[in-house]
Structure formats: structure tokens, C-alpha cells
Design a protein around this ligand. Structure first.
Ligand code: HGY
Ligand code: MN
Ligand code: MN
Ligand code: MN
Length: 439
């Protein structure tokens, strides 16, 4: 598998998409692994936001921000029309050593689709034929009724939750799904408070619901690289999302007694690393038994020395299941087994819920409207959380387009989308936005 190839490197794309992609792709990229380190409000991520603002400015779009770190670049074909627009976009932050497509593909494709729509509109008003900047095909996708609604290109903050632990932090705050006080208490693994990180990055911090940022949108459509192999197995370049599995994160704290790695007899130890390890094993076993998903990550060990039994192990459990009762039962069983193990090891256990996302079914009418426009592509269930899911949970009509990922791998440098499929994604996004903007 070719780690970290980017669309711009492997063959030519439509000019619009390629230029956009080539400007963004090098930012925050680890040349050793091909992965990305774009943690919210760190220099690499701020450079990505600078790229976003530059591309918006180049297009005379009006960039608006809320106090949660979210941005929206607006195109208003009718300056008098501000509400009821269509919003598209995604996120620019990544997991550690993440793939290059998860998030950025949705933002780059949004700009390329807007370019195609505007050049088609210009061509039509000049009596010519539509020609998209994402390649000739997009032009065809862009042809159609004139846009009357505003189009917003959104970048949501801290979607991965890789730095502050809560995924979709920006869209949760925006929609009121997360209390501002809860967010104010968040720190990154270096102990930096969320608000400090935002202020240092020049974000005007005002955490809390910000419905005005989206101006009562009529629809939200997020294009995203597929995080799995369904489209590759089906031989389809583009698909639609049906639903998102319920999922959540729990912070497990295993407390023990620090001691010497050599002189402390094994029978005398109260080793939290042992309790953690057995809990991780139990979680893995339980997920396999129930077709769910469990992962422990963001592990912190204090003191983190090779010759000292630790006093504390802190680890986040990411658990996901096909429905909420199954997820509740899964986490309850893991907590129970962790408690039993802690008793045997003479260690202490605390479990703190960190974030929770209900099962989200995307708006069926909107999904069917997109399906009709796109010739009924495959409709997929996904285990990955997205800002579109948070907006859907807040009753905003939302839909997702997936672009084929031949490796099926995500949150790793191997995440990939072929140039032709990236273009197919832009064409699909252009076609559905053209339809929705005229609606
Ligand atoms: O973790 C997720 O499900 C998403 O990729 N943020
Ligand atoms: Mn994503
Ligand atoms: Mn992700
Ligand atoms: Mn010593």
C-alpha cells in the first residue's frame, strides 16, 4: 500500500481540484510516514485554516466565524438572501499520523464544486455550455437551474477530538449538543486548556450555541472519503450515507501503587497497567463476540518509566455498536469486568463518560433527492462519526456523500482515494448542490 499518496501526486486531476489539493496536501504532512499531524489550533492546523481563508478570499466569499472555532465561507448569488442556504464542507484537523483525505477531501471538493457551479452559471448566462473547473465532467454536473440560495462552505473545529478528547467539538458546541462549561474544562495531553489553545490561535472564544453561523440552512451535505471498503467491494466511486452507529468515549482511570520494577515482588504489586491491559483484552473480546467495535487509545501512564511500576494509567475507550441498547450493554460489561479485575489487582478504577453520539439516521427525503440526482448510488451505514451526524441530531436536514477508498483504511497514512474518484466526488457534490441551491 502506498502510504500517504495524495491526489495531486498520482496523475492529473481537473485543474480546480488539483490546484486546491496541491496547496493543502503538504501542510502538516509527516514525510517519514506520509501521515498528517494537524491538531486543532497548532501551527499546522492554523496553516490549513489560512489556506481555507485564502481560497475563500480568492473567490470573494465572505468568511464568518463563531466563538467555537468553526468557519463558514459564504457565496450569496442573491446578496439579499442570507437564510435558508445550503451548507457543505467538513473538517481540517486530523488524528495523529492521520490520513490526508479524512476531512480535507470534503473541504477541497466543496470549493471545486462551487467553482464548477459558478463557471456553469457564467457559461449559461453567456449562452455557452457549462464547464467545471474540476474537470469537464463537473461542468455537466453543474448545468441546471440557476442558484438562488446562498452556499456556505464550512470547516468545523476539532472534529477528531484528537487534541481535547471530545469528537465533533465545534459542531457539538454550535448546535448546543455540548455544554460550554464542559468544553471549558477540557485540556490537551500537555495540560493546555481548550480556551488557551484557541486564544493563542487568535480565535475569538465565545463557546456555546451559534445557530446564526449557518443561518437556518435548508440542507447540509458533507462529502467524505469512505472509512471502509464497501464502495471498493461494490465497484462504485461514490455512495450515500444511511446512518451512523451510536458511539461514545469513556475515560478509564486505573489507579495503583508505584513501586520499583525490580525489587517489588509480583505478588506485592498493585499494578494499574495490568488492570488496564486485562480490561483492553476484555473489551476486545466483547466487541468480537457482539460484532461491535472497541478501541483503547490516548493512553497516559504516570510515571512513564521502564523501571517503575506506574501509579496511574489513564486510557480512553472508544466504543461503537449497531444500536444504542447494544452499546449500553457493551460498555456496562466492560466496566463490570474492569471492576472485577481491579479488585483482583488491588487497584482503583474510575470510569468517566466523555462523549456520546446517538444513532443518527440521515434525512430520508434529502437522501432520496440526492439519490435521484445521482442515479441511485450505494447507500451505506457507517461506524464513523461526522459533523453531518451532529447536525442531523440537531434536526438540520443533513446528508453525506462517500468517495471510494481502495485501501479501506482510515485514520492512518494508507487512507486513499484515486484521482478519478475524487473527481467523481466533486461531480456528485456539484450535481446535488446545483439541485439544492435552486430549490
Ligand atoms: O472517529 C470518527 O468516527 C471520525 O472519523 N471522527
Ligand atoms: Mn472525518
Ligand atoms: Mn476521522
Ligand atoms: Mn533506582
Amino acid at each position: 500500500m502506498t502510504a500517504g499518496r495524495t491526489a495531486g501526486e498520482s496523475g492529473s486531476l481537473g485543474t480546480g481540484f488539483e490546484e486546491l489539493w496541491k496547496a493543502l496536501a503538504p501542510i502538516g504532512r509527516d514525510d517519514r510516514t506520509g501521515g498528517y499531524h494537524r491538531y486543532s489550533w497548532t501551527p499546522a492546523h492554523r496553516e490549513c485554516e489560512r489556506w481555507f481563508r485564502d481560497e475563500a478570499e480568492r473567490r470573494d466569499l465572505t468568511v464568518e466565524a463563531d466563538g467555537n472555532g468553526n468557519l463558514v465561507a459564504w457565496w450569496r448569488p442573491d446578496p439579499a438572501r442570507v437564510t435558508g442556504g445550503v451548507v457543505t464542507g467538513s473538517h481540517l484537523d486530523s488524528v495523529p499520523d492521520g490520513g490526508g483525505y479524512d476531512g480535507p477531501l470534503g473541504v477541497v471538493s466543496a470549493f471545486a464544486a462551487l467553482d464548477a457551479i459558478r463557471s456553469a452559471g457564467a457559461a449559461e448566462s453567456a449562452g455557452g455550455t457549462a464547464g467545471g473547473t474540476a474537470g469537464g465532467a463537473a461542468g455537466g454536473a453543474a448545468g441546471g437551474a440557476e442558484a438562488t440560495r446562498p452556499l456556505g462552505i464550512a470547516v468545523f473545529a476539532e472534529e477528531e477530538g484528537a487534541r481535547f478528547g471530545v469528537p465533533c467539538l465545534g459542531s457539538r458546541l454550535l448546535t448546543g449538543a455540548l455544554e460550554p462549561d464542559r468544553a471549558r474544562g477540557l485540556r490537551d495531553t500537555a495540560g493546555v486548556p481548550l480556551t488557551d489553545a484557541m486564544e493563542r490561535a487568535g480565535v475569538p472564544v465565545d463557546l456555546g450555541p451559534a445557530p446564526d453561523l449557518l443561518h437556518a440552512p435548508s440542507a447540509f451535505v458533507e462529502l467524505h472519503v469512505e472509512q471502509g471498503r464497501a464502495l471498493a467491494d461494490l465497484g462504485a466511486p461514490v455512495g450515500l450515507a444511511r446512518d451512523i452507529w451510536p458511539h461514545g468515549r469513556w475515560r478509564f482511570e486505573f489507579g495503583g501503587r508505584a513501586d520499583h520494577a525490580g525489587t517489588a515482588a509480583m505478588s506485592d504489586r498493585h499494578d494499574p497497567m495490568l488492570t488496564y491491559a486485562m480490561t483492553a483484552l476484555a473489551a476486545n473480546k466483547r466487541a468480537r463476540l457482539t460484532q461491535a467495535r472497541t478501541t483503547f487509545g490516548r493512553v497516559q501512564v504516570e510515571p512513564n518509566a521502564t523501571n517503575a511500576v506506574p501509579s496511574l494509567v489513564r486510557a480512553w475507550l472508544d466504543a461503537r455498536a449497531a444500536d444504542e441498547p447494544s452499546l449500553d450493554a457493551l460498555v456496562e460489561e466492560i466496566r463490570r469486568q474492569a471492576g472485577d479485575r481491579a479488585q483482583r489487582d488491588g487497584t482503583r478504577l474510575e470510569v468517566h463518560p466523555e462523549s456520546w453520539t446517538p444513532r443518527v439516521e440521515f434525512d430520508v427525503r434529502l437522501r432520496d433527492r440526492l439519490a435521484a440526482r445521482l442515479g441511485s448510488p450505494p447507500v451505506l451505514s457507517t461506524q464513523a462519526g461526522h459533523d453531518a451526524g451532529i447536525l442531523a441530531a440537531a434536526r438540520i436536514p443533513a446528508a453525506m456523500l462517500f468517495v471510494r477508498n481502495p485501501t479501506g483504511v482510515s485514520h492512518a497514512p494508507e487512507e486513499y482515494a484515486e484521482p478519478a474518484d475524487c473527481l467523481a466526488g466533486v461531480d456528485a457534490l456539484t450535481a446535488v448542490l446545483t439541485d439544492l441551491l435552486a430549490g
